[in-house]
Every structure is written in structure tokens, then in C-alpha cells.
Design a binder for this molecule. Sequence first.
Ligand code: ATP
Length: 209
Amino acid sequence: MRPLAILGGTFDPVHLGHLCVAWEAAEALDAEIALVPAHVPPHRPPPRATAAQRVALLEAALAGQDVLRLDTRELEREGPSYSVDTLAELRGEIGPDRPLLLLVGADAFAGLPRWNRWREIFGLAHVGVLTRPGEHPVLDPELADEIAPRRARVPAGPAGQVIPITVTALDISATAIRDLLAAGRMPRYLLPAGVVDRPGLLAPYTEVP
Ligand code: ATP
């Protein structure tokens, strides 16, 4: 059964770093990938773009292919969502047998013990750790102990493993893109062509607030 993998994030805006790792994960796992834009919790700095604007950017970025798709469920729910709740909802929809993966960057993975009900995630999904060549984040002992018996090279079964996925290191961040756009630059080759072709989508980042 083809795995389903999700990549969450703010996507403020979506950039080629996101699409590159999502695509490489799709190929490595032979998986369907859903990008899941997050509600930003009230205690975090608000995104520059509204949820609707971030969705429009993602739709433009994903046009013309059907390996990566958009899942707006977290924006449709009231308030911020925890990954564990999103995975539980997806597990309810896809049934108990299909492999489900949560994709996280290696840095974010090192912070997993600070996530809400983090151990429950392994009952719902595998965790795919997007790892750049040479990247070895230090894991705290609690996390290292939890994952030691879970390490695997390919997903077997519906959930419960930790799978490293080697991805190309692209030093692109949404923060750097927002800074370039605010300075009047056009980071044409850091952004998806579908976004660059519709510059109006970038207005939230170029307009003086
Ligand atoms: P910001 O600069 O606003 O913090 P960001 O570029 O890190 O944003 P997010 O929306 O926070 O983007 O990222 C969503 C997910 O994509 C995260 O899991 C993050 O680790 C991953 N990601 C972001 N940029 C890259 C990149 N250049 N290469 C690989 N993964 C990336």
C-alpha cells in the first residue's frame, strides 16, 4: 500500500527548499505527500501572509504535478493543531493498515520531546527524518531511548518507526525570502516558478505593512 506522508509548516511563503525535500521524500518512499500549512499559535509571531494567501501560494506552487498535494485541514479547524491530532484524524480516514509518515527536519526531530503527546505519534505514524548529508543532530537521552528500537531504513507496517530520508541540502528559508522581498529584491530562483509567474501572490511580502 502506497504510504501517505505529511510535511507541516508555516509556508510563509512556500519555497523550493520545501518542494525539493517533499519531492525527494516522495521518491525515496514511493509515497503520496501532503503539505499541511499550520495555524500559527497566538504566542508565535504572526505570518506575514494570511492563511488564504499562504494557501494561494501553495496552490500556485503545486500546479502541474500530482505527487505533492495540499491539505488545508489545520487551517479549517479553530485554533492551532497539534501534529498528533492531525495524524489521528488522517489515520481515521485512511484506515489502520496504510503506512502514514510525519516528515520532520532533523532539527525539529531533535525537539520532538517538547511536542504535545509526542510518544503517541508513534502509534499513529512513522516519523521520516529529513536529513541533509553530514547532519547528525544531538538527541537527548529520552528521545534516543525511545527511538533506538524504532530505527528502520524503509517503512514496514502502518506506524511506529523512525526512518532517515536523505535530502539535498538547499540553504533556503522563508525568513530569507521575506527579507529579500521586503528589500525590493525578487528571489526568482528560490521560489517555485508557479509563484514567480504570478507576482501578485507575493504582495503580502512586498507591501509596506
Ligand atoms: P521560516 O524561515 O519562516 O522559519 P522555513 O523556511 O523554515 O520558515 P517552514 O514553513 O517553517 O519554513 O518549514 C516547513 C518544513 O520544511 C519544516 O519541517 C522545515 O524543517 C522544512 N524546511 C524548510 N526549509 C527547508 C530547506 N531549505 N530544506 C529542507 N527542509 C526545509
